[in-house]
Design a protein around this ligand. Structure first.
Ligand SMILES: Nc1ncnc2c1ncn2[C@@H]1O[C@H](COP(=O)(O)OP(=O)(O)O)[C@@H](O)[C@H]1O
Ligand SMILES: [Mg+2]
Length: 302
């Protein structure tokens, strides 16, 4: 699949994958593809950062390679490691056969056959459909040394394996880095990328997303759900509901054959949108009714 030639082209491709993409996001995605620059997406959890990488890889017919970050992630898990167990077996086998040629054995033990490729190395390898989409997900969960290491890998799209040499990507992968901003990611890395803050969607856009992701939901229910969630996000909560929660909630309500929100229904299903007991306690009861009333009022034609 050739790359889209316009911002509208990007939006169209993503929309074919059920991803609703506004013009602002469409623009940075377009530029990232056009300029071959990594895209850094930051925003609260559940606003569609990870999903865009999936949608983009599907839309472009490229392989998706995902590096899920976590505390303590090191290069053995991110780039490559040697298959130690297999190497041991090979050594034992060679010893048993007698006459071990040390030089030869060493070359063999550190060849492709014993190399376990992790996401970053995989992303440097040529792929059938063209350069892959490399998703470096939730970078804020790693530590600074790993960030520094990543910065280097992303600047020349190559990794060096001392025993084998340097592997360089024939064509740079399409890189998407995400962060939920549990900490600030270093400037140097951000500067290497195009940056976009993914905000909670507006009412209209969230309705559109719901239509794409939960098309079974009736219009009136979708509007109530979105109006309620949008109001809920203005409350002082420990963890505000993301788009993922809106979709989940709509699906729960559908499964319960709910056609319109009521305080009782909300109380029974609040766990679909709020995931912290303190938040649930705060909203349950009279608060839920107040927010629902406000949400319904906002839906009435002026
Ligand atoms: N713009 C969007 N269009 C379609 N679906 C979306 C959109 N934004 C979020 N979603 C839905 O929300 C879910 C969570 O999004 P995700 O990408 O995992 O969030 P994040 O990575 O920002 O935490 C996705 O599985 C997708 O179904
Ligand atoms: Mg994510």
């Amino acid at each position: 699949m050739t790359q889209p030639q316009t911002i509208e082209g990007v939006q169209g491709l993503l929309s074919d994958q059920g991803y609703v993409c506004g013009r602002d996001l469409g623009t940075v995605v377009f530029l990232s593809l056009r300029l071959g620059r990594p895209l850094f997406l930051e925003g609260e959890a559940g606003v569609g950062k990870t999903e865009i990488a999936k949608a983009l890889s599907a839309a472009l017919g490229r392989r998706l390679i995902r590096l899920q970050c976590y505390e303590g992630l090191d290069s053995a898990s991110a780039v490559y490691e040697w298959n130690f167990a297999e190497q041991m077996i090979a050594i034992r086998t060679a010893e048993a056969a007698g006459g071990v040629d040390r030089g030869h054995l060493k070359d063999e033990l550190f060849s492709d056959e014993y190399l376990i490729e992790r996401p970053l190395l995989q992303a440097m390898r040529p792929q059938a459909g063209g350069a892959p989409v490399l998703l470096i997900d939730e970078l804020d969960r790693t530590d600074e040394p790993f960030e520094a290491f990543l910065l280097e890998a992303l600047s020349d799209f190559q990794v060096t394996i001392p025993e084998l040499g340097t592997v360089k990507a024939p064509e740079p992968p399409i890189v998407i880095v995400t962060s939920n901003r549990t900490r600030e990611v270093h400037d140097a890395l951000k500067r290497r990328c195009l940056y976009h803050w993914v905000d909670y969607p507006t009412f209209d856009r969230e309705i559109e997303i719901l239509q794409a992701r939960a098309p079974e939901a009736a219009d009136s229910l979708s509007r109530e759900v979105v109006a309620f969630v949008q109001r809920l996000r203005t409350e002082d909560l420990f963890k505000k509901p993301g788009v993922a929660e809106t979709i989940d909630w709509a699906k729960c309500l559908l499964a319960l054959d709910v056609i319109s929100l009521s305080p009782e229904v909300i109380a029974d299903t609040l766990g679909a949108i709020l995931k912290y007991q303190d938040d649930i306690q705060q909203i349950q009861g009279s608060e839920a009714k107040r927010i629902l009333d406000e949400a319904k009022a906002s839906l009435e034609p002026a």
